[in-house]
Design a protein around this ligand. Sequence first.
Ligand code: SF4
Ligand code: SF4
Length: 442
Amino acid sequence: MQTSFSLMQLLDPQVASSEKILRACVHCGFCTATCPTYVLLGDELDSPRGRIYLIKEMLEQDRPATREVVKHIDRCLSCLACMTTCPSGVNYMHLVDHAREHIEKTYKRSLADRFTRGLLARVLVDPALFRLAVVAGLVARPLAPVLDLLGLHRMAAMLRLTPHRRPAPPVDRVGKVYPAEGPCRGRVALLSGCINPVLAPSTNEAAIRLLNRHGVEVVVAAGEGCCGSLAHHMGREDEALARARNNIDAWTREFDGAGLDAILVTVSGCGTTLKDYGFVLRNDLAYASKAARVSARARDITEYLATLDLRATGTAKSLTIAYHAACSLQHGQKVLREPKDLLSRSGFVVKDVPEGHLCCGSAGTYNILQPALAEQLRARKVANIESLAPDVIAAGNIGCITQIAAGTATPVVHTVELLDWATGGPVPEALIAVVNGDAPAT
Ligand code: SF4
Ligand code: SF4
């Protein structure tokens, strides 16, 4: 694609990077077929190619974002299916990130939009506040249809996504070290994160147990916190970078102290963000090399587990699993085989979900900010999953787990909890009824 940025514009490293990305696009349109919003809406401007044109025009002319541009960029899930499909290697992720930052700086959103985004950016990243919000959501959940009637669809979506149970009491893992059982084969940091400790503390509990049992010491580094992903996807770049630097400092202390073989992540959306710290901080002299080291050592938990010889105990009982590949894992990190191979080797029967490349509609805060599209994507995902009649759905991302669980009676369990169970850990809570034969699988 030809571009016409001025030399002055190209002095800005972010513009120079986006220009390079734009020039790689040959307008072939292959990406449109796998883009969930194009599949649903059939509008070229809701396809990757259409969005690339919109971004090109906005950046080339260095003009404030228009309402039309914001509408189509906001509808993008950042699922990155287009990057998997693109034969020219167009880095749509970095381009749309740049566009979101430009929108945040140049476009004044409505008061309601600013309020919702501000609320999400504040509450979701603070486990104490988020816990309170979940408890309030539990009480207010029955009001979701009323909010819909009042046109407050985003608030209604938030209530519908609230889990049915109170969050477990908080367990502060930050700054703790969990020693290996037997001879120590490795030492890793585990990202505790912000959403997981409230909605699914069992995931990191299972990860720690599983790693310790296989001879790996785990540290949750003192000072670590939210990875910055939620702020980043809302274009709040200063906030996202501050969170990245904070985590890099925390892990650098560990690298320079007792040492780390890897930084493990059980939320694949956060994993994609960690693996990109090196890029987003490449021009920060104080952080560039430290950020690059963090990105180089960041791993999805299944990537690291695949390097260990997991010892299955035979408890998995050949349950049939529909494996949902989170977009951030399959498109963002290109981690495709590891989760499925680990589950199969542990005794489960693993099935691929039809149309597995299409997003479930979770996408960070997308299911709250774009509830109508997100619900259509969830319905399509759940129908595809249920066509397999699985006993359980496995996924590696809390966003997907929450989104899919809101649309099906089949239990949705994190991959690492299933692996922990299959190698000697407790039955995942969501599976107890299925394992005991007390409940129909679907
Ligand atoms: S990231 Fe996903 S929704 Fe956005 S343009 Fe690419 S395929 Fe479409
Ligand atoms: S598939 Fe790649 S090269 Fe083709 S239009 Fe899409 S982004 Fe451009």
